[in-house]
Structure formats: structure tokens, C-alpha cells
Design a protein around this ligand. Structure first.
Ligand SMILES: Nc1ncnc2c1ncn2[C@@H]1O[C@H](COP(=O)(O)OP(=O)(O)OP(=O)(O)O)[C@@H](O)[C@H]1O
Ligand SMILES: [Mg+2]
Length: 263
């Protein structure tokens, strides 16, 4: 369980990106974060693993406590898998090498310079097999498609043996069919391993189908918090304003709500 206690974030010289929020993420729940561009989704995700230091309030993690010391933050990050839109893989390294970087948080000092142990390699290969890429394990990461690269990102998070996955628009740069496959894979792994997940998405229909709970932000404030069944037209309008994003309320087709933001 991870909880924010009045967490707020104001970037220097900017308006408040995240207004004080009290959110509790229960173990094993798959939460989708929704919100228009600039609403504060990435800021909240980054605050949840200390990549952004809250300017007010604090984050508390079950079994670790308040994330107010370097040691606690390290302990939390070790068990927190981060998945980004742009994969953040090392292109010239193999899939296996990339996945092994997920183990680095378990080592310190010179040990990080030494080759991975046999057991870690086995763990990494198991994770690669789980995301269906065993035939590509020794290929360079930059030779894979976007969807395959994102699956490497998932495998890298898995070898951390995470209790929490934070994913920031993990499928935003993929075509709809690939996006669905990758999201379904991520969802399936989190559910079968009991991993708590907080995942930001721009596709309302994916949010409806894959979430246990939706938390929506608008201008840094939580404007909706509940199951997808309670997300009606009024709530969607509150999240996105009256723009085109409100149009697909009952759609089942994947509908990217934001296009072209990332070139
Ligand atoms: N490093 C930063 N320095 C200053 N302001 C920032 C920084 N990162 C984000 N912001 C501002 O904080 C607000 C929230 O940004 P954030 O990236 O959290 O939004 P988002 O919901 O993730 O948007 P998107 O859907 O475009 O990714 C925005 O107004 C943004 O301009
Ligand atoms: Mg963002």
C-alpha cells in the first residue's frame, strides 16, 4: 500500500502542478490515471517514487514508512518498477543486458560494475520469456519495434520483483492494436503477481476496460476517483473540458485522446 498525505508539487517559477492530494493505492489494485495534457499525471507518478520531491505533504509506503530519508527512498525504488512512454532502453545493448539493469537497485558500489550472476541472468531470461521475446534476447534493443521495446521495458521492471509498478503513458507511442496487446500484457502480469499498478493513459476506453479504479486530474486537482462504472459523460467533461475527448463516452474502439504531443 502506498499513500499520499497532502502531497503537493509546485515547480519553481510555475503554478501548482499538483494540488494537495490524499490518495491511497491498495495492494494489487490496477489504477488508471486520466487527465488532459498538463493535468499533473506525470507529476503525481514522479512524486510516488521520489523523482519529484513534494513541496508539501509526504508519501508513505507500507513496510517502509514515510519517504523522507535516502535509505527509505532507495528501499522503495528497488521494489518500484517504472515504465515510461519512451522505453528508456540502451539501444546498443542487448535485450538481456537492458533487462538486467532492472537488478541494479539490488547492488551497490563496485558490485554494479561486475557481470550479473547466473541467478540474475536466469531471472532476466524468465522475464524476457514471459513477455514473449525469448527469441530476441540477444538482439540489440534498437533493432526491435516500439511494441517489442515496451515489452522489454516491462521485463526490466519485472526483474526488480516489484510490489508497485508506475507506468507513465506506457502505450502512448504505439498503434492501437499493439497498445492493447502491451497494456493487456502489463495488466495480466500485475494481476497474476499481485502487483499494485498506477498507470497513466490517454485512452478512455482502455482506462474503462483495464482499471479497477480511475483517478482523474484536472489542473493538478483530483476531479474523479472511483470505478470506471461511475465515469459518465459529466465526469468525462469535467476531466477534459468540452473538447473532443468527451465524445467517445461509450466507445469500445481504442481512441487516442492526444495525438502529436510527442513527435
Ligand atoms: N520539470 C518541470 N518544471 C516546471 N514545470 C513543470 C515540470 N514538469 C511539469 N511541469 C508543469 O507541471 C504541470 C503538470 O505537468 P505534468 O507533466 O505532470 O502533466 P501531465 O498530466 O503528465 O501531462 P501530459 O499528458 O502532457 O504528459 C504542467 O503545467 C507542466 O507544464
Ligand atoms: Mg505526462
Amino acid at each position: 500500500m502506498i499513500q499520499t498525505h497532502g502531497v503537493e508539487v509546485t515547480y519553481s517559477g510555475n503554478a501548482q502542478a499538483l494540488k494537495p492530494c490524499a490518495l491511497r493505492f491498495e495492494p494489487g489494485a490496477f489504477t488508471v490515471l486520466l487527465g488532459a495534457s498538463g493535468a499533473g499525471k506525470s507529476t503525481l507518478l514522479r512524486a510516488l517514487n521520489g523523482l519529484v520531491t513534494p513541496t508539501g505533504g509526504h508519501v508513505e509506503v507500507e513496510g517502509i514508512g514515510k519517504l523522507d530519508t535516502r535509505r527509505r527512498l532507495q528501499a522503495h525504488r528497488r521494489r518500484t518498477g517504472m515504465i515510461f512512454q519512451q522505453h528508456q532502453l540502451i539501444g546498443r545493448c542487448t535485450v538481456l543486458q537492458n533487462v538486467l539493469t532492472g537488478r541494479l537497485g539490488y547492488h551497490s558500489g563496485l558490485r554494479t560494475l561486475l557481470p550479473a550472476s547466473r541467478s540474475e541472468k536466469t531471472m532476466a531470461l524468465e522475464a524476457i520469456e514471459r513477455v514473449g521475446l525469448i527469441d530476441h534476447a540477444l538482439k540489440r534493443a534498437d533493432q526491435l519495434s516500439g511494441g517489442q521495446q515496451q515489452r522489454v521495458g516491462i521485463a526490466r521492471a519485472m526483474v526488480q520483483k516489484p510490489t508497485l509498478i508506475l507506468a507513465d503513458e506506457p502505450v502512448a507511442s504505439l498503434d492501437p492494436a499493439t497498445a492493447e496487446r502491451v497494456l493487456s500484457l502489463l495488466h495480466g502480469i500485475c494481476k497474476s503477481d499481485g502487483i499494485t499498478a498506477v498507470v497513466s493513459l490517454h485512452q478512455l476506453d482502455f482506462a474503462r476496460r483495464y482499471s479497477d479504479r480511475i483517478v482523474a486530474l484536472a489542473q493538478g486537482a483530483v476531479v474523479f476517483d472511483g470505478p470506471a462504472s461511475r465515469l459518465g459523460k459529466t465526469e468525462v467533461a469535467k476531466i477534459y473540458g468540452s473538447g473532443p475527448a468527451t465524445a467517445d463516452d461509450d466507445d469500445t474502439e481504442p481512441t487516442p485522446l492526444k495525438t502529436g504531443t510527442y513527435a
